[in-house]
Structures are given as structure tokens and as C-alpha cells.
Design a protein around this ligand. Structure first.
Ligand SMILES: [Zn+2]
Length: 228
């Protein structure tokens, strides 16, 4: 895979941000689709050859993925894919989400503006439509990102930056969606998002709280089967 932006940048001298972006996307996709297995080493030189880029954008992309908790860096060993979550880690995270996100949805309903609602509606719609599915894993990894964005937007509207940053730093969705690629998950989650949006549209803070609570609980139960 070659990146047109890199070739272009050589003549224009513009910093090839989109090369890093493309490399990031490619590695991200391999991690999410388990093409790079949890715990597996990620050799920079091999990736650079495969993606037909220098090692610099690979290093930049890997350090971004490290900040997101998807890869680990060890002295003298280099990068490897983060290990798969244990059931305990998963349950702890969901207990935390159940404390934080329903309250976030309640606050968001109270602070909702027509502009914020419109933005949220379009994020939700992006999740349902999008490009035609290349394969199940690709579709799922796209969904994971769109869902993370949707949940983050709600917390942004809620207006409590401590809550938002704390959850964001867990990179919840990135890990969860590596757990399994379950075709029904997406459709069910979309329906749950829809009831959340209905609560926001009617300005009902309690309904928003409840809808988020149900969504997180169902999401937990759908994913729990990955450990069985
Ligand atoms: Zn969701």
C-alpha cells in the first residue's frame, strides 16, 4: 500500500500528516481485526516494508496507539499489541461505565441545545450508514470508532470535563471491540442509541439516564459471551 500524500509532500514540502494518518489507520485496523493478535510483537521494519513508508510515520502511529492503550512498548523489545482483556478488567470497566455514563446522559439532556442535538443525530446516523461493508471486521472497527465518538460527544455536552477525560482515557471501545466481532451487536446498539436520542429530543433527563443505563448493561451482556 502506498500513500499518495507522501509522494505529494516531497514536491510541496508540506508535512505529510496524512501519511501518519494512513499508517495509523492501517495498524489500527490490523489490531482491531486481530490480524495482529493480542500480545503479538509488532516489528517496525516489517511494517515499514509492508506499508511502503519510512520508519518515522510507523513510529509516530505506534506512539499514538500506545497512548490509546492498544500497543505496549518495552525497553529493548519494542512494540507489541496489548494483551486481550481479562473478564475481571472487562467487568470493572463496565461497572465504572454504569456509574459514569447514565449520569453523563442526564447532564447532557439538561444542557442540550438544538445545535448539539443535531450534531449528535448526525454522529448516530453515520454509524448506521457509512460505506458498504468491505468485510465484517472492517465494518466493526469503523463502528467501534463511531460509537466511541458518539459516547464522547454526549459527555462533552454534559459539560463535566473530569468525567469526560476519565472515561476517554480508558479507551473503552478500542478494547471492547477487539473482544469479539458479533454481527448483532451493531444493530442492537443502534436501536439503543435511538432511544437515547429520543430522550434528548424530548429533553427528558431521567429518560436519558435510563436509556444510557440500559444501553451499557445490554452492551456488557452482549460482550460477556466472549469470555464463555
Ligand atoms: Zn453506544
Amino acid at each position: 500500500m502506498a500513500f499518495a500524500a507522501e509522494r505529494e509532500s516531497k514536491s510541496t514540502g508540506i508535512r505529510p500528516i496524512s501519511v501518519v494518518e494512513g499508517v495509523y489507520d492501517s495498524i489500527y485496523h490490523r489490531l482491531m481485526s486481530l490480524e495482529i493478535a493480542p500480545g503479538a510483537r509488532i516489528p517496525i521494519d516489517v511494517l515499514a516494508r509492508e506499508l511502503n513508508v519510512s520508519q518515522t510515520p510507523i513510529r509516530e502511529a505506534l506512539s499514538r496507539l500506545e497512548r490509546e492503550g492498544l500497543v505496549h512498548k518495552a525497553h529493548l523489545i519494542g512494540y507489541s499489541a496489548a494483551p486481550q482483556w481479562t473478564r475481571k478488567q472487562f467487568e470493572d470497566l463496565y461497572a465504572f461505565r454504569l456509574l459514569i455514563e447514565p449520569e453523563g446522559a442526564r447532564l447532557a439532556a439538561q444542557n442540550m441545545t438544538p445545535e448539539a442535538l443535531q450534531q449528535l443525530e448526525s454522529s448516530a446516523a453515520d454509524m448506521g450508514n457509512g460505506a458498504p461493508p468491505v468485510d465484517r471486521n472492517t465494518r466493526y472497527s469503523r463502528f467501534a470508532r463511531a460509537d466511541a465518538l458518539f459516547h464522547d460527544e454526549i459527555l462533552k455536552i454534559a459539560g463535566n470535563e473530569v468525567i469526560r477525560a476519565t472515561l476517554f482515557n480508558q479507551h473503552v471501545h478500542l478494547h471492547i471491540f477487539r473482544l469479539m466481532f458479533h454481527t448483532r451487536v451493531t444493530q442492537e446498539a443502534l436501536e439503543e442509541h435511538e432511544s437515547l436520542l429520543a430522550a434528548f429530543r424530548s429533553g427528558d433527563a431521567q429518560a436519558a439516564y435510563d436509556a444510557m443505563h440500559v444501553h451499557i448493561e445490554r452492551s456488557r451482556d452482549r460482550l460477556l459471551s466472549a469470555f464463555e
